[in-house]
Design a binder for this molecule. Structure first.
Ligand SMILES: [Zn+2]
Length: 430
């Protein structure tokens, strides 16, 4: 066993000095004052936090970085023109390319303080749509990338059936398409068996109500793991849902029996009040991806609806326009300030000192809420939890002479992350 002794440990109450953390195997043992006679690893000028949970990622989109920050035509760009650029990238990547770019994305996440990634994996086939000799080839490459980077992986295997309701097949989506829900469930079952042996998680991800008809969604209702889907990302998706079903997207997922505590609605940028009620009553999660939503012009997380209703919000870096959990967290609050004209909008968490309440709430969004969305026993520094942890260098200039916890959320960056452990194994730092 190993004992870590930082300057302070993040608990439910805030940053607590005088605590040491024991690592036993891949779990946290005791969190208590250092027992007599124990020689710890001293982490001077550092505070210990649970690692951040990145609940929504498309790792291969990391290759678009810097290539889509110019107008692609004389007319205006949008999510939909960005999507064409992304499809162009998806057509070019071979298995080695998928593994290489995924490794880069996951390494950048570890460097930024993310210890877990939920990888929403939809690149399944060869560029012409034919399966690889091993139909799970590209999933295996993503799994290998996560292992190389040392990040905890939940592979969210995507079901993609069609271009959309009354939309002609799009040849650029050939690599994503499954033949049937049974084929999807068979792949999920194969990968789950591998994950159980090798220590990664697997979930099911019906891509969106655009990409999955209702009979596919119903076929997934008996699945017992976590289910993630893009929901209400763009107004056009809601119009298509109303045209096909006479119902909004989250309601369509609920009608199929999918919306419960293991369901996560990714984005949920344009819900109506009834969808918010439905989400909260079902104890389902929201995965907000603020920097990607900004980058794509999706809109803002509707915190004015979600927060008063008590929605469980988590974060994802999605397209990796930016990989920075601190930026995601403060964007949630800053967008709400810009839209409302008020300050300190998000409901604060109970804290030993009220000045830390907002920061504690945002940090729980970045950690514990993501763990719940991915069905993982991590995100908190408590006995028995997975030992997924980071340290913050509190001596950095931007964190000096300030109240540390709020400053960390509103001024922190990946550069402040000094050490990182995943399952008790050090993956960053000395
Ligand atoms: Zn996404």
């Amino acid at each position: 066993m190993t004992w870590l002794l930082p300057d302070a440990v993040l608990t439910d109450a805030g940053l607590e000095p005088g605590l040491a953390v024991e690592i036993v195997g891949d779990r946290i043992g005791r969190v208590c004052p250092l027992p007599a006679g124990v020689v710890p690893e001293r982490l001077a000028d550092r505070v210990l936090l649970p690692g951040f949970v990145n609940a929504h990622s498309h790792a291969f989109q990391r290759a678009l970085r810097g290539h889509v920050q110019h107008r692609s035509s004389a007319s205006s760009d949008s999510f939909w023109s960005w999507r064409e650029a992304m499809y162009g990238l998806a057509e070019t990547l071979d298995p080695d390319g998928v593994e290489r770019i995924s490794t880069l994305a996951f390494r950048e996440m570890i460097a930024a303080g993310y210890t877990t990634v939920g990888e929403f994996h939809y690149l399944h086939h060869q560029p012409d749509g034919a399966p690889y000799a091993d139909p799970d080839e590209l999933a295996h490459r993503v799994i290998a990338a996560a292992r190389t980077a040392g990040i905890r992986l939940v592979l969210l295997y995507v079901a993609y059936a069609r271009a959309g309701f009354q939309v002609a097949p799009n040849p650029r989506q050939r690599r994503f398409l499954a033949r049937s829900p049974d084929d999807v469930l068979a792949a999920v079952s194969r990968l789950t068996a591998r994950g159980d042996r090798e220590g990664f998680g697997v979930g099911l991800a019906p891509h969106s109500m655009r990409a999955c008809p209702a009979d596919w969604l119903r076929a997934f209702a008996s699945y017992q793991g976590v289910v993630h889907a893009h929901v209400d990302e763009q107004p056009a998706e809601i119009r298509a849902s109303l045209a096909e079903h006479g119902r909004r997207p989250l309601q369509v997922f609920a009608d199929a029996g999918l919306v419960g505590p293991r369901f996560a609605a990714v984005h949920l940028t344009h819900p109506d009040d009834a969808e918010v009620r439905l989400l909260v009553d079902a104890d389902a999660s929201v995965v907000a991806c603020p920097t990607t939503e900004l980058d794509l012009g999706d809109g803002f997380l509707p915190l004015d609806k979600l927060d008063p209703a008590g929605a469980r919000i988590s974060i994802g870096s999605d397209s990796h326009a930016l990989v920075d959990p601190f930026a995601e967290l403060r964007a949630i609050e800053w967008h709400a300030r810009a839209l409302s004209g008020h300050r300190n909008v998000l409901t604060a968490a109970p804290a030993a000192d009220a000045r830390d309440g907002l920061a504690l709430r945002l940090l729980s969004i970045g950690t514990r809420a993501g763990a719940t969305a991915l069905g993982l026993d991590t995100g908190e520094l408590k006995p028995g939890k997975l030992a997924d942890m980071i340290t913050i260098d509190s001596a950095r200039i931007e964190l000096q002479e300030c109240r540390l916890l709020p400053a960390l959320v509103f001024n922190g960056s990946p550069a402040a992350v000094r050490d990182c452990w995943v399952g008790g194994r050090r993956v960053k730092g000395a």
